[in-house]
Each structure stands twice: as C-alpha cells, then as structure tokens.
Design a protein around this ligand. Structure first.
Ligand code: GRF
Length: 205
C-alpha cells in the first residue's frame, strides 16, 4: 500500500493534528496528500493549511444526491494518489461509491469502546448508561454506522465526578495516541479480515 493518506474532517481536526504531529515526529511513516472537509468553516482546514497540506471543501448541498457526493470525494482522493482514507470527525455516513473505491482502505475513529455507544455524543451515552470504562476505537469502515472490523482500542475509566466534557477530553487524549498507531499498523500490512475480526499476526512491538 502506498503511504499517502487522505483525511476527511467536519470540525476542529484535533485527530488530524495528531496524525500531522506523528508524521512530523517520525512516528508515522506516511504523508497526508489531501484533507477534505464537508464544511468550509471546519477548524481542521486551518490546521491543514498551517502544515502545508492541500485542502478541499466538498459541500453536500452542491451535489444532487449522496452517490454523486461520494463519487466527488473519490475523484479528489484518487487525483491526489490517496491509498488510505482516514475519517477524523467526518460527520457523514460513507456510501457505496467510496467503499467500493477503497475496499478495506477506510479507517474511522470513534470515542467509545465499540460496539457500545455508536453514533453521536458517545461520551454522553457512556455516562448516561453508567459504564465504568469507556474509551476509543479505530475500525475499518463498512456500510454501517461506526461498524466494521476493529483495528485498535484504548480503554478510559469513567470517574465518579465525570461530566460529558471531562470524559470526552480524557478519551480524546487516548484518541490522539491511538489513531496514528492504528494507521501505522494498517499501512504496515500483513493483516487480514476474517468475518468481523481484524487479524494481525505481526502486530507492532
Ligand atoms: C472525535 O472524538 C472522534 O472520535 C469523533 O469525532 C471527534 C472529532 O474530533 N469521530 P476532532 O475534529 O478530531 O477534534
């Protein structure tokens, strides 16, 4: 697999920043070929520009339907030679055109231990449910919402006095460690998917 990443964002882009920083430190042997946002005001676009990374804004309202939007995403990603797509707070379901163009080549990060608490406001869901442990998950993307084989997870304890904000902030610290490592694992290759399982016989030390 080539080591050219395409990062898709919708918001502040702190996970994008963690990938940028891991590459700069030499912890992740890859480059970000393009950052794409569905929102022109996403803070992550500024982070990308500051790092000298090409950006593109593709607004859903400029496309008649989801498949044409997804085809436009594919065109931008392919024109930048992207081989691995990293969703980093991209608030849209990925449709068939993107999945077919990048089979087992799309990653997502989610702020819970999946399959618990998919969807929006996962830290609030974890608090409301009363779990003692939550965390972060990086997974291969398939057609479901926050589904797909799990590449890596990190656990975060829920504290008695946690608020949604405090729990989300502690999970985010783990997200920033987890995502660059999981990307490195996927780029390294040697893994396969068996049913739901991401099987990696030679995980990184
Ligand atoms: C993160 O919590 C990520 O897990 C979720 O959306 C949030 C994005 O944050 N998918 P950021 O834009 O990377 O700061």
């Amino acid at each position: 697999m080539s080591r050219r990443l395409g990062v898709l964002i919708s918001g502040r882009g702190s996970n994008l920043q963690s990938i940028v920083d891991a590459i700069a430190r030499g912890d992740l042997n890859a480059s970000i070929a393009v950052v794409i946002s569905n929102r022109a005001e996403a803070g992550g676009l500024e982070r990308a520009r500051a790092a000298g990374i090409e950006t593109a804004v593709l607004r859903t309202r400029d496309y008649p339907d989801r498949p044409s939007y997804d085809r436009a995403l594919v065109a931008v990603l392919q024109s930048h030679g992207v081989d691995l797509v990293c969703l980093a707070g991209f608030m849209r379901l990925v449709g068939a055109p993107l999945l077919e163009a990048f089979p087992q080549r799309i990653l997502n990060i989610h702020p819970s231990l999946l399959p618990s608490f998919p969807g929006l406001e996962a830290p609030a869901q974890a608090l409301a449910y009363g779990v003692a442990v939550s965390g972060a998950t990086v997974h291969l993307v398939d057609a479901g919402l926050d589904e797909g084989p799990i590449v890596a997870q990190a656990a975060v304890p829920v504290l008695a006095d946690d608020t949604e904000a405090s729990l989300a902030a502690r999970i985010l610290v783990e997200e920033h460690r987890l995502y660059p490592r999981a990307i490195a694992t996927v780029l390294e290759g040697g893994w396969r998917v068996e049913g739901r399982r991401f099987v990696n016989p030679t995980p990184e030390a």
